[in-house]
Every structure is written in C-alpha cells, then in structure tokens.
Design a protein around this ligand. Structure first.
Ligand code: FAD
Ligand code: DHB
Length: 389
C-alpha cells in the first residue's frame, strides 16, 4: 500500500490531523492499535479552548459541538469556602467549550468515514522504518498478516505509550519529567452538575474538581493517593470525599447518584525533544503530557496538529519545506508555556504528601491574591482559554 502520510494512532490528534490533511487534498492512512469502541470508551478531556473550537469548525466537525457543547464564560477556583470567579469572557473576550473528548472523537470518526479515509484498527506491532531516508515505510500486523505502507511522512499521534517516540534513537532524545505524588480519581454520574461552571477546589482535605458533560451528566475528580485502586473507592466514599473538599454551599446542594465510570489517572509533566526525526513528527501525548489541572492535554495536541497540518500541506502540495523545518520549534514554544501553566495550577491546588506548613499558606495566599487582583485573574484567564497558536 502507498499513501502520502501515515498517521500512527486514531485518538483525537491522529483523527484531526488526518481530517485536516484530507481536506487539504492529502492522502492518509491511520493505524490504530485498538478497536474504535475502545478509543471511544475512554472518558478523558472535557474542556476545549477557543482555538480548539475554531479549528474543529474549520475541519468541518463543529456542527454537533456547536449544538450540544456548552460555552463557558468563566470558572471558579475555591479555597475551602472562598470562591474566586475567573471571568474569561470579560478578561479576554473569549470563552471555552465544555464538550467531551469522546464526542470530539466520535465526530471525527464520522467525518473521516464520510471522506473514505482508510482507518486500520487492531494494527499490532507497528514499526517505522528508514525514517531518515526518503524511502520510509511503516509495517504492521493485522489479522495475523504483516503489511507494509510506503509514504512520504509519518505523524506519531500514538499517545504516551506509543511506538513513535521510541523510534527516535534514545541517545538523540532528551526527556524532561516531573511525576506528582498523587493521582486523580474520576467519576462520571447521571446527575445534574454541582454548579453551572467548573469549580477547581483547593481545600485542607486535598483537591477536587466539579465538571460536567451536560445538564444531567456530571464529571468529578478528587486527588487520591497513587497507591489507591478504583476498588478502594465505593461511591459513598467518593461522594463524602468530594463534599468535604467543595465549598459548603455547593456541597449542601450536590446531587449524588451511582457512578457510571470510575478511573484513576496518574499526574505527570513530560516533554520529549526533538519533536521531529527525519520524516517522523511527534504530535500530542506521544511527545508531551501535562497534569490535567489546567485542561491543557487535548488542547495542546490540537495546537500541534494545527502547526503540522499546515506544514505538511505546504511540503506536499508546493514543495515548500519551511513549515516542516520549523514545526518542532513552533510547537515547543507553545508546549512549554502550557507545561508551565499546568504545573502552576497543579501546585496551587493540590496537597503534597509530607509538605511543610508553609506550602498550604502559599496556596491560600495565591487564591486570596487571585480574589483581589484583576491582573492575576487576567493572567490565569489568558492561559486557561489558550494562548494563541
Ligand atoms: P491519545 O488520546 O492517547 O491517543 C493515542 C492513540 O494511539 C490511542 O488511540 C492509542 O490506542 C493509539 N496507539 C498507541 N500506541 C499505538 C501503536 N503502537 N500503534 C498504533 N496505535 C497506537 N486534556 C484537555 O485538553 N482538557 C481536559 O479537560 C483534559 N482532561 C483530562 C482528564 C483525564 C482524566 C485524562 C487522563 C486526560 C485529560 N486530558 C485533558 C488529556 C487528553 O485526554 C490527552 O491529552 C489527549 O487524549 C491526547 O490525545 P492524543 O491523540 O495525542 O493521544
Ligand atoms: C475536565 C478535566 C480536566 O482536566 C479539567 O481541567 C477540566 C475538566 C473534565 O473531564 O471535565
């Protein structure tokens, strides 16, 4: 088989890149390790930056998002009972959109099917060969048979555990990492959201986040020890923990119900450089991970896609390689700023095991300063709604 761009990974970044390339007249093949159902069953991101929303519209997948997504003009940060509203719209003129990653991915699969894109599921043992030559090819196994695709470029959109990053020789890679000593326990429930806007809650009992998918579907997270298992958390224990971390007024009116999904995610900050090796480009979680506190992971994957789709179209349609040559530099400039914001939000809102008494006072002072300073709120809002591409 032959194509112009092989895309490894059929998650949000692989699908969006393929969709934008196809609309630019470029042929792609997507290789996805699992089934479509497994990709769609993963409950993850919920907040889309305004630039993400715009790019999804430009990719022709904005209709359902515009009908069913919920635009949010602000969010709250709380410290025990102190609630600080960050009014994005007033401070930046922009909003974010609450629309689940599952929905974005569903819309992209539908659009790609309509375009007739070849998406190969259950593709095992993907190997990227001769990536620094102009005769590169990708091999994979499906239904027990080894297959080969010749191509001009490979986009590594295969997440943190994928094969693409590992294809870059280890002595050429530099990795920057911070692992946080706690995880997030997430619960989805068919209950009305605790509040009409998200609440990121710092409390003396640890962090909690109240989010949502729609008026009868809530998404909550609580900071939990990394050693905990989902089985350690009955629904009752989860709701009790959430309630003592949210401001009292919100906790008092919280509607609880059975969980329909429960999972624990570790928190890490991670960047691997370079993003390009020959004709292979890393995109999204394959190159970088942020802790979820600033809702940046999916949005950062989307800004990588923005830079790369433009670059690949220019290279393949006009022979102009300036974009592919500058992809890594442009993407990394934005990635490091999102890293900084996610790290800062995580530090500002979580309790660290064994921390000194000073740390809790710093969190309190930061939140108190935010409540009093419009300049501080503007800085947070600018980062939260997303820095320009
Ligand atoms: P993935 O979604 O990881 O997709 C990679 C795909 O590649 C997968 O389908 C995988 O099966 C496939 N694959 C892997 N290896 C191979 C291989 N060898 N061969 C072929 N295919 C392979 N982000 C936000 O922006 N906002 C949020 O509110 C937010 N909340 C989050 C909450 C949680 C609990 C978590 C865990 C994450 C959150 N994120 C959030 C982060 C966001 O979900 C990720 O950044 C996003 O999924 C990255 O997309 P991706 O396509 O790059 O990678
Ligand atoms: C959600 C996840 C996040 O990490 C975040 O910062 C906001 C919302 C969510 O899943 O709804």
């Amino acid at each position: 088989m032959k194509t112009e761009v092989v895309i490894i990974g059929g998650g949000p970044s692989g699908l969006l890149l393929s969709q934008l390339l196809n609309r630019g007249g470029i042929d792609t093949v997507i290789l996805e390790r699992t089934s479509r159902k497994r990709v769609l069953d993963r409950i993850r991101a919920g907040v889309l930056e305004s630039g993400t929303v715009q790019l999804l519209r430009e990719a022709g997948v904005g209709d359902r998002m515009d009908r069913e997504g919920i635009p949010h003009e602000g969010c709250y940060l709380s410290d025990d009972d102190l609630m600080v509203r960050i009014n994005f719209h007033e401070l930046t003129g922009k909003k974010v959109m609450v629309y689940g990653q599952t929905e974005v991915t569903t819309d992209l699969y539908e659009a790609q099917d309509a375009m007739g894109t070849r998406i190969i599921h259950n593709a095992a043992d993907v190997v990227i060969n001769d990536v620094t030559t102009d005769a590169l090819y990708v091999e994979y196994t499906v239904d027990g048979a080894r297959q080969r695709i010749d191509c001009q470029f490979v986009a590594g959109c295969d997440g943190f555990h994928g094969v693409s990053r590992q294809t870059i020789p280890v002595d050429k890679r530099e990795e920057f990492e911070r692992v946080y000593p706690f995880g997030w326990l997430g619960v989805l429930s068919r209950t009305p959201p605790a509040n009409h806007e998200l609440i990121y809650a710092n409390s003396r009992h640890g962090f909690a986040l109240a989010s949502m998918r729609n008026e009868n579907l809530s998404r909550y997270y609580v900071q939990a020890p990394l050693t905990d298992k989902v089985e350690d958390w009955s629904d009752d224990r989860f709701w009790e923990t959430l309630k003592i971390r949210l401001p009292k007024e919100t906790a008092d009116t919280l509607v609880t119900g059975p969980s329909i999904e429960k999972s624990i995610a570790p928190l890490r900050s991670f960047v691997s450089e370079p993003l390009r090796w020959g004709s292979l480009f890393l995109v999204g979680d394959s190159a970088h991970i942020v802790p979820p506190t600033g809702a940046k992971g999916l949005n950062l994957a989307v800004s990588d896609v923005y830079y790369l789709h433009d670059a690949l179209i220019a290279a393949l349609k006009k022979g102009d390689r300036a974009g592919v040559d500058s992809y890594a530099e442009r993407a990394l400039a934005r990635i490091w700023k999102a890293m900084r914001f996610s790290w800062q939000m995580t530090t500002m809102l979580h309790q660290f095991d064994g921390e000194d008494s000073f740390a809790a006072q710093m969190r309190k002072a930061t939140l108190s300063h935010l409540s009093q300073s419009e300049t501080a709120r503007r800085d947070l809002a600018e980062n939260y709604i997303g820095l320009p591409f």
